[in-house]
Ligand binder design. Structure first.
Ligand code: AR6
Length: 170
């Protein structure tokens, strides 16, 4: 099981997996960070498609094609903005992962890559977010044997370290 869940460093938009996850905002109309990179990689067709979706509340997820990306699909989810930890942030972040995995199962996906949802401009403390990510991935993989590969993608080495620590701690 450990092999099916891995930490990877690099640019998530380069990955040829069944789905990459986008850390989007509620409009689903693009933004900075990983969201911007995904829209640049997918091309304008993604924005046109997203305009038909009517946005996405925090904690939920919506699936689109990957268009010009090497990944077949993009699963867009909206992480919580970190306030002080007492506003349901942990529950909402857990829901993001859960709803992405629900869509993966519904669409028969076997490989999925996540960025560190909410760990950029949304300000979620990285170690706490990494623990949630690992726990949710493990649970989803237990429930869905069709998931062959789950990648936690870090864009910089410090995030990779935090994710790796969470992976080996549990
Ligand atoms: N590949 C993998 N990870 C990346 C990439 C990439 N190409 N680019 C950035 N990251 P963020 P959030 C990492 O800010 O905190 C957007 O404007 C980054 O280093 O992209 O959920 C949306 O539209 C960080 O570790 O997402 C929303 O408004 C992680 O991805 C808002 O930002 C998440 O950082 C969402 O904020």
């Amino acid at each position: 099981m450990a092999d099916r869940l891995q930490v990877l460093s690099g640019d998530i938009t380069r990955l040829a997996v069944d789905a990459i996850v986008n850390a989007a905002n509620a409009s689903l109309l693009g933004g900075g960070g990983v969201d911007g990179a995904i829209h640049r990689g997918a091309g304008p067709e993604l924005l046109a498609y997203c305009r038909t979706l009517g946005g996405c509340p925090t904690g939920e997820a919506k699936i689109t094609p990957g268009f010009r990306l090497p990944s077949k699909h993009v699963i867009h989810t909206v992480g919580p903005v970190w306030r002080d930890g007492s506003q349901g942030e942990a529950q909402q972040l857990g829901l993001c992962y859960r709803n992405c995995f629900r869509l993966a199962r519904k669409h028969g996906l076997r490989s999925i890559a996540f960025p560190a949802i909410s760990c950029g401009v949304y300000g979620y403390p990285r170690d706490a977010a990494a623990r949630i990510a690992v726990a949710e991935c493990r649970m989803a993989m237990r429930d869905n044997p069709d998931l062959e590969q789950v990648l936690l993608v870090a864009f910089d080495e410090s995030m990779a370290k935090v994710l790796q620590q969470a992976l080996s701690a549990a």
